[in-house]
Design a protein around this ligand. Structure first.
Ligand code: SAM
Length: 279
């Protein structure tokens, strides 16, 4: 790719998604765009970037953003965060939200659905404690293709073998040829929406817990800070934020602080507790 095209393309992706693509990502860009050049009937990616510059369609923009996203995800990713959810966060919510009997969870980079469905399965396993409760799980992502896969609830053998306990596979998935489809009651527990983390959060409503895992790593400090500050506004004083294992709020925002003893979970600053406090 010519330097001028590279500069245009990386700025375009940064402006559209927040994703920072340095010079070391040239190979990644070329390998992701090559199939799109074929799809759009042009001989090479220089011509594709030329079209993006001069005559892009909405479909092309969507395909290019989709192609540049890394949608890697798996069920019960990293294990511990979901143990913490079941053992600490959920009991805390059951106690602190007992009067209204409802809470809302946002998976802010839901990708192909493994994270929200992991939460939906945990909640299903705890259904006896949640009788009469309303729980919303909202899964959002910028990637159209990832959301379509998430909505379908269909996973490969490889995907269901990564992290998903066998008893939950047997209980909540049905084999369809060489794939597995998640049960309708788990699928319907999650609402999916297309959403760009660079846009205004107001329309999403308030949440009690936000999962924003393994997406901030792709952004620069300024974008991370803006996103986290906006997330803090959607949470009540005792709301909780989950980040990925390689992510932190330290040096990024002053609106969250680590939850003592619970790696990966953050409390709104000034809350003095978090939804799990009561436990
Ligand atoms: C690596 S996946 C993380 C999936 C899941 N949270 C997990 O931890 O397994 C990162 C996701 O972030 C999404 N993403 C990247 N930039 C985004 C943006 N600006 N707005 C919304 N989603 C974005 C990508 O499409 C991708 O699906």
């Amino acid at each position: 790719m010519k330097p001028d095209d590279f500069a245009f393309f990386t700025k375009y992706i940064y402006d559209q998604t927040g994703l920072v693509l340095g010079p070391d990502k040239m190979y990644l860009i070329e390998s992701r765009l090559a199939p799109l050049a074929r799809k759009y009937g042009v001989a090479n990616i220089d011509l594709l970037v030329g079209q993006l510059r001069t005559s892009r369609t909405a479909d092309m923009q969507r395909d290019i953003v989709d192609a540049m996203m890394t949608n890697e995800s798996f069920f019960f990713r990293d294990g511990k965060p979901f143990d913490q959810f079941r053992q600490i966060v959920l009991p805390g919510l059951l106690q602190s939200r007992a009067a209204r009997k409802s809470f809302r969870i946002w998976c802010a980079a839901a990708s192909t659905g493994q994270e929200p469905y992991t939460l939906a399965m945990i909640l299903k396993e705890e259904a006896a404690k949640l009788a009469g409760w309303r729980v919303d799980i909202v899964g959002t992502d910028i990637s159209h293709e990832a959301l379509e896969r998430a909505k379908s609830g269909i996973y490969t053998q490889f995907e269901v073998q990564r992290g998903l306990p066998i008893q939950l596979l047997v209980k909540y998935f049905k084999q369809q040829g060489d794939k597995w489809q998640i049960a309708p009651e788990i699928r319907s527990a999650v609402q999916y929406k297309s959403f760009n983390l660079l846009s205004d959060f107001a329309a999403l409503g308030a949440f009690d817990v936000i999962f924003c895992r393994n997406v901030l790593i792709y952004f620069d400090q300024k974008t991370k800070g803006t996103i986290l500050d906006r997330m803090a506004k959607l949470l009540p004083a005792d709301g909780l934020l989950y980040l990925g294992g390689a992510e932190t709020v330290l040096g990024v925002t002053e609106r969250f602080q680590p939850m003592p003893g619970q790696r990966g979970i953050y409390q709104v600053v000034g809350s003095g507790g978090g939804a799990a406090k009561a436990v």
